[in-house]
Design a protein. Structure first.
Length: 393
């Protein structure tokens, strides 16, 4: 399998994990959302990284130190914002449903998380064939979100109309309450979509850690774990402060113990592992995709995970009573997302064809360590112009 095939395979695997990682939210028995998220976040952001880092990235503390304090704080800040997005994710999905919530969140996530790394990599320019395909792909993701949201509105309107006429007054009050809940849920999903994109931004804009790790002997394909650790630490801080505070305020910390807690604890572990696998293989796939790995690759990952999440939504009964029109709108939205994924893949292919050959590039760190973003490329361009191919950062 060539590098592009490997990259797409890793990203699609991450997308499957990302599409099903929220399923434990629907399957929990005793845990409240705050119980589930604290456990899952600890597994994803603290436990698994610290367990795997000594095996995959033995010199990760030195790499982080070598990147400098500005990079460290940048990664922590992006991670903290991502953690805030994760908190609103859980509430948004619980209010509007897995299918619709995931569509809104990940569609916005795609737009924000793809366009900023692309602008950095292209020095702020959107011109060229690859830029056109990226913009079409991102625009398609936004359109897909609108179409999927329409499907959700039709579904909920139909549910309200099925209320028994004998309970018209109650149904009217309940309907208004449902619409308020739906509106708040959509708002939370939008906030989550914007903030959740900070995971990819933190990964993209801390590439100095990966570069330092490669200089210390790490494989470029796993060097990005150092960047993820910064993002994870910031993310866990936000998640723990919010959801831990919720447990103390509401007294739900008691739900971590007692009958049924073991079942939910296992679900939390599963959720944490899936969450982890939705990110680390994506980072490896982004490396193999090359220059547009963190922009086109991010969009492909999100679009594929949306498809998985909506298939799960059908299987878990979210659309069982929905009218045919709602299902048709949802299928149309998913079709738009698939087309957007194809456009983003095409953008990456065009960018690969436009890249100079390996003999011409002579990268400082073969092959440019994990994520490729503006600061690194700007320095490389200056070195190549000066004929300095073996210089070090």
């Amino acid at each position: 399998m060539n590098s592009l095939g490997t990259g797409f395979a890793l990203i699609l695997f991450a997308a499957v994990c990302g599409g099903i990682f929220a399923l434990p939210i629907k399957l929990r028995r005793r845990y409240e959302l705050e119980n589930l998220y604290v456990m899952a976040a600890f597994v994803t952001m603290i436990g698994l990284p610290l367990l795997l880092a000594p095996l995959l990235l033995p010199h990760w503390p030195q790499a982080i130190a070598a990147a400098g304090s500005r990079v460290v704080w940048r990664g922590l800040a992006y991670g903290f914002a991502w953690g805030l997005g994760a908190t609103s994710f859980g509430y948004g999905v619980s209010m509007v449903g897995l299918s619709l919530g995931y569509a809104v969140i990940m569609g916005i996530n795609t737009a924000v998380g793809s366009i900023l790394p692309f602008l950095a990599q292209s020095h702020g320019s959107l011109s060229g064939t690859s830029g056109t395909f990226v913009l079409i792909g991102i625009g398609g993701c936004i359109l897909g979100v609108v179409v999927c949201s329409t499907a959700g509105q039709i579904r909920d309107s139909s549910a309200a109309k099925r209320a028994d006429s004998a309970e018209a007054a109650t149904a009217s009050s309940a309907g208004a309450s449902r619409w308020r809940r739906f509106g708040v849920g959509i708002l939370l999903c939008v906030v989550s979509g914007v903030m959740s994109a900070c995971a990819n931004l933190g990964f993209s804009f801390t590439s100095e850690v990966g570069s330092a790790a490669v200089r210390l002997g790490a494989s470029p394909a796993v060097a990005g774990l150092g960047s993820w650790m910064l993002v994870y630490w910031g993310g866990f801080t936000a998640t723990f402060l919010w959801f831990g505070g919720q447990q103390l305020r509401k007294g739900t910390w008691r739900r971590n113990f007692g009958e049924g807690s073991l079942h939910d604890f296992r679900l939390a572990l599963l959720m944490g592992v899936l969450w982890f696998l939705a990110m680390i293989p994506y980072g490896m796939g982004a490396y193999y995709l090359g220059r547009l790995g963190t922009s086109a690759g991010w969009g492909i990952s999100i679009a594929a995970s949306l498809i998985v999440a909506n298939v799960l939504g059908f299987f878990t009964g979210e659309w069982r009573a929905a009218p045919a029109a709602a299902r048709a709108w949802l299928v149309a939205g998913l079709a738009v997302l698939i087309a957007s994924m194809v456009c983003l893949a095409r953008a990456n292919s065009v960018a690969q064809q436009q890249q100079p050959t390996s003999a011409q590039r002579q990268p400082l760190i073969a092959p440019e360590a994990w994520s490729t973003v503006l600061p690194t490329h700007a320095r490389e361009d200056k070195r190549r112009a000066a004929g300095c191919h073996d210089c070090r950062v």
